[in-house]
Design a protein. Structure first.
Length: 194
């Protein structure tokens, strides 16, 4: 299987986004090698590689938007396109879970730490902290690296206002039909004039 995009070789120094993509490509190759040796099941490897490809594409897309000009914040309303609401996350969520499955990923974690300390990568992160924080935080969690960006604050959900309760008016007894309260007839029977 080949999941790596081949790009033309140029003499220009790689951009921060391309360096992150290169790191993700090495990570994908390390995960993919586990299938061939029989150490991980193919469905699990497929899910992991899919997650890494999505992270790589998101970072590349955001970097391209930054390079195109001033970045305008997107509205974050409703579910993202292409994702079904309520889709369960089938991958582990503990920090550094990929290193436990693929020990070779520890090398990529060390490379990611040095990449995040690079001033060019820091400039990329500063250009769009809100947009790039989600895929980058996901990658950092997978590899057990402390993310450079704090988690974006979640908007507080407004609490629904409860309608004021109206006191119930006591029900009037129906004429001609007795009602029993605590075993006693209400209203009491009228005396029979005899």
């Amino acid at each position: 299987m080949s999941f790596i995009l081949t790009e033309g070789v140029t003499d220009a120094p790689p951009t921060p986004a391309r360096r992150i993509a290169s790191l993700l490509n090495r990570l994908i190759m390390a995960v993919d090698s586990r299938v061939h040796t029989g150490q991980l099941a193919r469905p699990l490897v497929g899910l992991i590689i899919h997650r890494l490809i999505l992270i790589r594409q998101a970072i590349a897309r955001i970097a391209a938007r930054i390079a195109a000009g001033p970045l305008t914040p997107r509205k974050s309303g409703g579910p993202r396109p292409g994702r079904r609401a309520g889709t369960a996350n089938r991958l582990p969520t503990a920090p550094a879970w990929l290193i436990k499955l693929v020990p070779e990923a520890a090398v990529c974690a060390a490379q990611l730490r040095s990449l995040l300390a690079d001033p060019e990568v820091a400039a990329l992160l500063a250009a769009a902290p809100g947009q790039i924080s989600r895929p980058l935080r996901s990658l950092c969690r997978i590899l057990g690296v402390e993310p450079p960006l704090p988690a974006p604050p979640r908007p507080a959900r407004p609490k629904p206002q409860a309608a004021p309760r109206q006191p119930r008016a006591p029900a009037a007894p129906r004429p001609g039909r007795p009602r029993y309260v605590f075993g006693l007839r209400y209203p009491p029977p009228l005396p029979n004039p005899a």
